[in-house]
Design a binder for this molecule. Structure first.
Ligand SMILES: O=C([O-])C(=O)C[C@H](O)[C@@H](O)C(=O)[O-]
Ligand SMILES: [Mg+2]
Length: 423
């Protein structure tokens, strides 16, 4: 079952003014949609980053793997490594840690691995979870992903806005949480921090605790704090957080915090590539790994990382970036087939317009905070060609070619500097 042709289509979709430690989300998020055409007519789907430097790497890799068999994932990975190896794709925001050549190869390979698995599943008539050992759960729990946010993007037309309103203080955050939980039924809550001084973010978490006494809570300042500040926050939120995510930068700093913090530390910043696993585990820097198949090398490598975490008594959850339905389907298939998944996964899904996606609606839904695992073949989702064309048009028209939260914030507020580390 040979790969006859690969199409990589950049797309854009509306993104609210969500604040983080390095700036603010731009009005559009960028993604790439992969269509992998096989010689028997099956088309496998993948989704990944849409920054122009990444699109160039996807293009080079697509050429290198055309003609290979979709079942030969090892050979496909080797071909990607040959053509990409040595270079590091640097995303400008740094919110998923540093870049390395191994992380770059695994990120590029991931986009095609998912598309190959989708094609394999479609060709044998089985869901991707079955190709990964079979589902061990039929629904995948996610957490409410709260952001401090502005009411809207300055100067945006009303039709480009969102109806979430501003959230810039504890009341706004609790309001946002209530609405998100009412709509999706989430049973865990994450607040993206690193935006305001830690005392204000502690206050917001305590307000969430008062409003939702039974829900597990997390705070993620994306390494905006020094080690002493991290320890102060950890102490203030003792008994309140199920985990504290990336309070400070680097394996050494995280290990220092982890030695004294009363709750486990989680990361999607200091252990983000294979070469970080040994030092991260040896130094006991983390209690929870937030894996992400988009940069851990796809679904199979992510399962291997999960098994490693299980052996080292490290919990596992899933990290997300702004994404569309193909990525959500891949996350769900992977999570369904991952035995060691110890926390509800992250997703940016609620921040996307419900009617803005590249997949045919209906295959993915949230029921009581979890996504029932689609039962159809492959990823269980179908591409909507008209919607793909629409979001590609939006990409062409929006003018953005690389995610740049800091640059956008600086254009709006000259003199702004990222909060990493801020406090
Ligand atoms: O958990 C995280 O660190 C993230 O999800 C990184 C993201 O890029 C998030 O900070 C965002 O969307 O602004
Ligand atoms: Mg994080």
């Amino acid at each position: 079952m040979k790969i006859r042709q690969i199409t990589v289509t950049p797309v854009a979709f509306h993104d609210p003014a969500l604040l983080n430690a390095v700036g603010v989300h731009e009005p559009y998020a960028l993604r790439s949609i992969i269509q992998l055409h096989c010689d028997d007519g099956v088309v496998g789907l993948g989704e990944s980053y849409g920054d122009d430097a990444f699109l160039a790497l996807l293009g080079a890799a697509a050429e290198a793997i055309t003609g290979l068999d979709v079942f030969h994932l090892g050979l496909i990975e080797q071909a990607v490594a040959r053509v990409i190896g040595g270079g590091a794709f640097a995303d400008s925001h740094g919110l998923t840690g540093g870049s390395s050549s191994s992380k770059t190869v695994l990120s590029v390979f991931s986009a095609f691995e998912v598309a190959c698995l989708d094609a394999q599943g479609k060709s044998v008539g089985r869901p991707v979870a079955d190709l990964l050992g079979g589902a061990v759960r039929d629904r995948v729990p996610f957490s409410a992903y709260l952001f401090y946010k502005w009411d809207g993007h300055p100067g945006a037309a009303p039709e480009d806005g969102d109806d979430w309103g501003a959230a810039l203080d504890p009341d706004g955050i609790v309001r946002q949480a209530r609405r998100m939980i009412d709509r999706y039924g989430f049973g865990a809550v994450k607040l993206k921090g690193g935006v305001f001084p830690p005392e204000q973010e502690i206050e917001a978490v305590l307000a969430l605790r008062a409003a939702f006494p039974d829900l597990p809570l997390r705070l993620d300042p994306n390494a905006a704090w020094t080690v002493p500040t991290s320890l102060k926050v950890a102490e203030a939120l003792d008994g309140v957080l199920e985990y504290l995510e990336d309070p400070t930068a680097g394996i050494e700093g995280m290990a220092e915090v982890a030695r004294q913090a009363p709750m486990p530390l989680a990361t999607n910043m200091c252990v983000v590539a294979p070469e970080h696993l040994a030092p991260g585990l040896r130094q006991r820097a983390i209690g929870v790994l937030l894996s992400d198949h988009h940069y851990w090398g796809g679904l199979r490598h992510s399962q291997q990382v999960s098994a490693l975490c299980a052996n080292f008594d490290v919990g596992l959850s899933m990290h997300s970036n702004s994404h569309l339905g193909i990525s959500l389907a891949a996350m769900v298939q992977l999570a369904a087939a991952t035995q060691h998944l110890t926390y509800a996964c992250d997703t940016h899904w609620p921040w996307k317009r419900e009617d803005e996606d590249v997949i045919v609606p209906g295959a993915l839904s949230f029921v009581d905070g979890a996504v029932p695992v689609p039962q159809g073949p492959g990823l269980g989702v179908e591409l909507d060609e008209d919607a793909l064309a629409r979001l590609h048009r939006l990409y062409l028209d929006c003018g953005l070619r690389q995610r740049d939260d800091t640059g956008y914030m600086q254009r709006l507020h000259p003199g702004y500097t990222p909060n990493t580390p801020g406090w």
